[in-house]
Design a protein around this ligand. Structure first.
Ligand code: SAM
Length: 222
């Protein structure tokens, strides 16, 4: 079997066992996860483990999330196609590449310059041309591009950043891990129901690296 066929088979197996097997049902999410080549986002040392059921290191003390949690969070955004999406915590660029297969435009912010550069290269190599990356503090969002239909926060916050809430469209959704401890959170879905009102729903318990920034944890947090 060629390397290309082997990774395609590994990807199909990951979708069938880790995603469909655990209840992911959104056809757009499943299709996107079938298409994006995760091995392009993990670096040569982790390539053999690209479809393992776990997070993997991507350098600078950060991780690419477990495939299931990526699919679960994107499904929770309730995308129908054609949306404008903001991601905070671009990391390797993998989740942005999955979002880019569903939404029409994706904006992703990564605070660590080395990772932002790596994500830019990974996304260029996988022809995700509808993703724009910025290096900076994502807790302040991307005001020039707001409002967004959906916001995915891929790091654990102490609270829901007010700047991100203000950049949601009415009817828009945000999925965000929030917790009193830097590495253990409740995954929440926030829906903006009117100019001033938001509805918040608990989805599940998660363990993310901390969201560091002016509306996040302070630098040096474990
Ligand atoms: N979504 C990424 C992927 O697909 O590879 C994985 C995200 S990783 C779990 C969390 C990322 O959030 C890390 O790369 C970290 O540097 C980043 N991060 C933490 N605080 C941030 C902030 N205020 N703004 C932007 N990125 C931040």
């Amino acid at each position: 079997m060629s390397k290309r066929s082997a990774t395609r088979a590994a990807r199909e197996k990951m979708v069938a066992t880790q995603l469909v097997g655990r209840g992911i049902r959104d056809p757009g999410v499943l299709d996107a996860m079938r298409q994006v080549q995760r091995e392009e986002f993990v670096g040569p040392d982790s390539e053999p483990y690209a479809y393992d059921d776990r997070p993997l290191p991507i350098g600078s003390g950060q991780t690419i999330s477990q495939p299931y949690i990526v699919a679960f969070m994107i499904e929770a955004l309730q995308l129908k196609g054609g949306e404008k999406v903001l991601e905070i915590g671009g990391g390797s660029g993998y989740a942005a590449a999955v979002l880019a297969r569903i939404a029409s435009a994706v904006f992703t912010i990564e605070r660590i310059p080395e990772l932002a550069g790596q994500a830019r290269r990974n996304l260029a190599a996988t022809a995700a041309s509808n993703v724009t990356i910025r290096c900076g503090d994502g807790t302040q969002g991307w005001p020039e591009e707001a409002p967004f239909d959906a916001i995915l926060v891929s790091a654990g916050a102490p609270d829901i950043p007010a700047a991100l809430k203000s950049q949601m469209k009415i009817g828009g959704r945000m999925v965000i891990p929030v917790g009193d401890e830097p590495t253990s959170q409740d995954l929440l879905r926030v829906v903006r129901t009117s100019e001033r009102d938001y509805a918040t729903e608990y989805l599940t318990g998660v363990r993310f690296v901390p969201l560091i920034g002016s509306e996040g944890w302070t630098p040096g947090t474990a």
